[in-house]
Design a protein around this ligand. Sequence first.
Ligand code: 5AD
Ligand code: SF4
Length: 460
Amino acid sequence: MTTDSPAKKRLFLRSWGCQMNVYDSARMADVLAPLGYAPVDAPEGADMIILNTCHIREKATEKLFSELGRLRQLKQAKEAEGGEMVLAVAGCVAQAEGAEITARAPYVDIVLGPQSYHKLPEMVARAGRTGRAVVETDFPVEEKFDFLPENSAPQGVTAFLTIQEGCDKFCSFCVVPYTRGAEYSRSAEAVLAEARKLVGQGAREITLLGQNVNAWHGAPPEGGQGWHAEGLAGLLRALAEIPGLARLRYTTSHPRDMDAALIAAHRDIPAVMPFLHLPVQSGSDRVLEAMNRGHTAAEYLELVDRLRAARPDLALSTDIIVGHPGETEADHEATMALIRRVKFAQAFSFKYSPRPGTPAAGAPHRVDEATKDRRLQEVQALLRDQQAEFNASLTGQTVPVLFTGPGRQPGQLSGRTPWLQPVHVPGPLSLTGQIAPVFIRAGNPNSLAGELAQQEKTAA
Ligand code: 5AD
Ligand code: SF4
């Protein structure tokens, strides 16, 4: 990734938060490439630094300002030597706190929200001309995807593709509807074209991204009216036909948008992997209602049953928040009970943190920190056990592994199972990009270790 050619300008990108931010960072690098910027791995000596921020949980603003304080010194050192450094803050903190950033850190040159990345070249030029901070935090009517360049840096064997952005769900605790704006779906044509390009660059697995990915409702391709009625299921079907594209995933889904067609897609489309991230947030109906999630615990469980009926080997992952305002001990127990019932293969769990401007931030009956800490520990211990149990259950099985590149040890390959577990296998690098059966020797809590099963077959 590092390019040290002196003719190039050095671009350091730091990304916090979700996969969508990682994808956006790569797109920002693509937009800046024609201006001569090439990514480097460290901020020292960079000609431009972009901090791509995340606002979803705690202390994002403080983290940003302490990072900016450090970078200010690098910028000053560069200027003292007669050089220049463009310092930009992007992402959801930029969107939410634009004015505060320019007030508290006047040495920042560019502040841009998630919908403005395509305007970066123009903003860099304006910042150079005016010497003042350039701020873009509107939600422009023209969509950024239409303005992003055709050329993009290859992502490798596993690639991300943003198909949808924003959210209209307004969960009580969440800033996304305010920072990423209303739901927007890219057209099927645009998604299919980008997928074909990714496959041409070597991708075998594509993960479709969106804050509410299963609410995708982009414009159909010409002649595709029929399948378009199926929403994401139709899109998955069309993507699965791309030669060379072996695996499809999508994240993050809302339980309310998990419709019958999409459930059937897990049964009918072999490329759709048997792994689904389906955040539940809480197992208590009272809390789910306070969160404005639009479903009960029983409805979530019923959905899980329908998914597993369609695809018996489906593994589930989730997000849990402990300590939402008003959460009692009984509510917490209901969450623990739901987790026990579903048996998640993987999960993320968080302490509730108030996000300014969201309904829950002003709600009464806050849960004290010590209680939140204890509940989080209980939830995490249970989830850790479930993940370890799931990984251990694969020991002794032979599973198809997509090899993504070299492993940590020499002579070792890294790959992933259909259930998104990392696997380490001794084998030749030439297998990168291929799917081969692997005998799992050990299912460790965070990864699997195995050996190529083909050799055994040929020996037999
Ligand atoms: N506090 C704690 N966790 C949150 N999340 C979103 N907002 C908050 C918040 N205010 C979690 C949710 C969501 C995940 C991406 O982050 O679980 O699904
Ligand atoms: Fe946030 Fe809820 Fe939308 Fe997810 S569904 S992005 S948690 S508002």
